[in-house]
Ligand binder design. Structure first.
Ligand SMILES: N[C@@H](CCC(=O)N[C@@H](CS)C(=O)NCC(=O)O)C(=O)O
Length: 231
């Protein structure tokens, strides 16, 4: 049985990606939450996470004796696992060129969009449109990240015909699901075609299940909240 170690669902954008992927495709797994009490070396989270993987971060996938950390490595392992055990599901696009493009998009997310991530941390339950408007006006790097995301999604949707970036839901959509959450929470403006994509991602089964759990969490963590004082 696959075991996926994750953080708080309201806040942990990296944990969201592999969880959504597994849930979307109905691949059975056991979820283990390591609550974020803090990221200092002495925190319970860091102590537990450091027992699992050298990075002491989540997500971590454990499969028997194998430990896989870092989201991209986990996504690749899950794609191979699905090829073997659930061949009816394509976690990456089946077309080679589309698969290469999907990997490019995921790598770009993995290494980039620092300004957006910093200014608009994921907070599923929060509605912070005034913060979104302010950071967009005051931080050109956030506006540049948003413009690149809009161009990326518009291009992929036009090329594939949708409903998701590469037609059916793939790792690329799971990778950008936390960005969809941010655009919604901070009400960052997008053109209508991209707005439709946000709605489809939000309604997709894995994402909807994660969001429902995040909304039920009720665990306000002040160190994850640059803008709110309370829920
Ligand atoms: N590159 C890692 C990043 C993982 C990451 O930063 N996870 C956050 C939670 S969303 C974490 O565990 N943070 C703890 C810390 O920074 O000490 C990945 O792709 O999995």
């Amino acid at each position: 049985m696959l075991e996926l170690y994750i953080g708080n669902k309201n806040y942990s954008s990296w944990s969201m990606r592999p969880w959504v992927l597994l849930r979307h495709f109905g691949i059975p797994f056991k979820e283990v939450m390591l609550r974020f009490d803090g990221f200092e070396p002495g925190s319970a989270f860091k102590q537990a996470a450091s027992q699992l993987a050298p990075t002491a971060k989540v997500p971590v996938l454990v499969h028997g004796d194998l430990v896989v950390w870092d989201t991209l490595a986990i996504a690749e392992y899950l794609a191979e696992y699905a090829d073997e055990h659930f061949p009816e599901h394509a976690l990456w696009p089946r077309n080679q060129a589309a698969r290469a493009r999907a990997r490019s998009l995921c790598a770009e997310m993995h290494a980039g969009f620092g300004a957006l991530r910093q200014a608009c941390p994921m907070n599923v339950e929060a509605a912070l449109p005034e913060v979104g408007a302010r950071v967009l006006a005051e931080q050109p790097a956030v506006a540049a990240d948003l413009a690149r995301i809009v161009a990326m999604w518009s291009g992929a949707l036009a090329a594939s015909g949708g409903p998701f970036l590469f037609g059916g839901f793939t790792i690329a959509d799971a990778y950008y699901a936390p960005v969809v959450a941010r655009l919604r929470s901070y009400a960052l403006p997008v053109p209508p075609a991209v707005g439709g994509y946000l709605d489809r991602v939000w309604a997709s089964p894995g994402v909807a299940a994660w969001v429902a759990d995040a909304l039920a969490e009720h665990d306000f963590l002040a160190f994850e909240e640059p803008y709110r004082q309370h829920r």
